[in-house]
Design a protein around this ligand. Structure first.
Ligand SMILES: [Zn+2]
Length: 194
């Protein structure tokens, strides 16, 4: 008997790659002969080809091979915490960058100490959370400068900076231009294509 005994719910969990469903069931794909954890990031299979199993052992007994990406045959502890934790942190930063306090809240949100988060995040992304967030905010600001009529103060606040001088310094260090001249250049190049 499946613990998660509702195939519509299980299917939704598969489509959402829901890590919360991991360990509750496994899904196998008839056409490939492979089975996965619900959170697997592989391309979702066609629903008519899917079979659900309550355990990895049951899926293997039915002749399915474990996926090489999500390793459903390994115990739960195997899942690489560094990858998971930094992925979660990246999702939070890219969704909530407009919140000026998001960096301070991040360790608590992912359940890690600041030092631990910093180390794992850097190991996985090559950057610290602070640098990653700053780059992301400046990319959003550049898009707003080029694509909207918001003024620079509005853009500064919209992307999560609390001070205009910090925003100017970060913008210049990442794009090589001040926000105003970045905007003028964008409009000029649109009007007079080379
Ligand atoms: Zn998989």
């Amino acid at each position: 008997m499946l613990k998660y005994d509702n195939s519509a719910r299980m299917w939704r969990a598969v489509l959402a790659s829901d890590p919360g469903a991991d360990g509750l069931f496994y899904y196998a794909v008839r056409t490939t002969g492979i089975f996965c954890r619900p959170s697997c990031k592989s391309k979702p299979p066609r629903p008519e080809n899917v079979r659900f199993f309550s355990s990895a052992a049951a899926a293997m007994a039915a002749g399915f091979r474990p996926c090489k990406r999500c390793r459903p045959d390994r115990p739960e502890e195997y899942r690489e915490p560094a990858v998971e934790l930094s992925e979660r942190a990246v999702r939070i930063l890219t969704a909530e960058y407009a919140d000026p306090q998001i960096l301070a809240a991040l360790p608590g949100r992912v359940g890690a100490s600041p030092a631990h988060l910093q180390r794992l995040f850097k190991q996985q992304t090559g950057r610290t959370p602070r640098v990653f967030l700053q780059d992301w905010r400046i990319r959003q600001a550049a898009a707003l400068l080029a694509g909207t009529k918001l003024n620079i103060t509005e853009i500064c606040l919209a992307v999560g900076f609390e001070s205009l001088s910090t925003f100017y310094a970060a913008f210049r260090s990442i794009t090589g231009a001040a926000p105003g001249s970045y905007r003028r250049d964008r409009f000029r190049s649109e009007e007079e294509p080379l």
